[in-house]
Write a protein that binds this ligand. Structure first.
Ligand code: FPP
Length: 231
């Protein structure tokens, strides 16, 4: 699908939902949904780059996901580790800068090492930003930001100081937030930054998400009139 570049969202953030239901529908174990979810991640990054999106944020693991079965959590981390390793070459070749939001200090040490290493290897790029939300929760992010502000000797402009203390400092607010699988809620995702984001909900389950699905969301976004509280 071809899209003109007029009004292309600069930052798209996605709540990748429905891996488990995708697997259930096919009578497969839940983890197979996550495996296919990684393929959807690859397709979506490629498509986002093609459409001229600059920042893509993907909600991969929330502060609430720790409530899941230990086996599933372990599997998700092993998938993540494999992904961070395997994608290294592709990120470098495609000049993708890798960033994270969320409290990564609480993640297993080997994952932290992979994250650090990929960030370092891609730190010089500016063409496209892939931001993974890992152990991310907006409420947790806001509390951590407040703690950082309170530690400052001189706060100055409180709004600036607060925003610079969020995990998303230097990342523009998301223009469009997409949630797959038909659920219609934000689930603690970018609550401060998403104040004026356009919301798009699709019934497509995350493992089925592809270029066509992303282009549909962008087309809907382009038809919307953003007023930011004005006329
Ligand atoms: C939601 O589906 C998905 C997650 C909680 C994890 C997202 C993870 C991936 C897409 C794979 C790993 C990602 C990377 C970047 C390597 P769900 O399990 O909540 O589905 P359900 O609501 O149908 O049960």
């Amino acid at each position: 699908m071809k899209l003109n570049s007029y009004k292309t969202p600069k930052h798209v953030a996605i709540i990748m939902d429905g891996n488990g239901r995708w697997a259930l529908k096919k009578s497969l174990p839940r983890i197979r949904g996550h495996i296919h979810g990684v393929q959807a991640v690859r397709r979506t990054i490629k498509a986002a780059k093609k459409f001229g999106i600059k920042y893509l944020t993907l909600y991969a693991f929330s502060t609430e996901n720790w409530k899941r079965d230990e086996k599933e959590i372990k599997f998700l981390f092993s998938l993540l580790k494999e992904y961070l390793r395997k994608e290294r070459e592709s990120f470098i070749k495609n000049r993708i800068k890798f960033l994270t939001i969320g409290n990564i200090q609480k993640l297993p040490q080997d994952i932290q090492n992979e994250i650090k290493s990929l960030k370092k290897a891609t730190s010089g790029f500016r063409d496209f930003f892939l931001i993974l939300a890992l152990n991310y929760g907006a409420r947790d992010e806001i509390i951590r930001a407040i703690r950082k502000v309170l530690k400052k000797k001189k706060i100055g402009d409180l709004k600036k100081s607060f925003e610079n203390s969020l995990d998303t400092a230097k990342i523009p607010d998301p223009d469009l937030i997409i949630r797959t699988s038909g659920e219609k809620r934000l689930s603690n995702f970018l609550l401060y930054q998403g104040a004026y984001s356009e919301l798009y909900f699709t019934k497509t389950l995350w493992p089925d998400f592809d270029e066509e699905a992303l282009s549909k969301a962008i087309l809907v976004y382009k038809r919307r009139k953003r007023r930011f509280g004005g006329y």
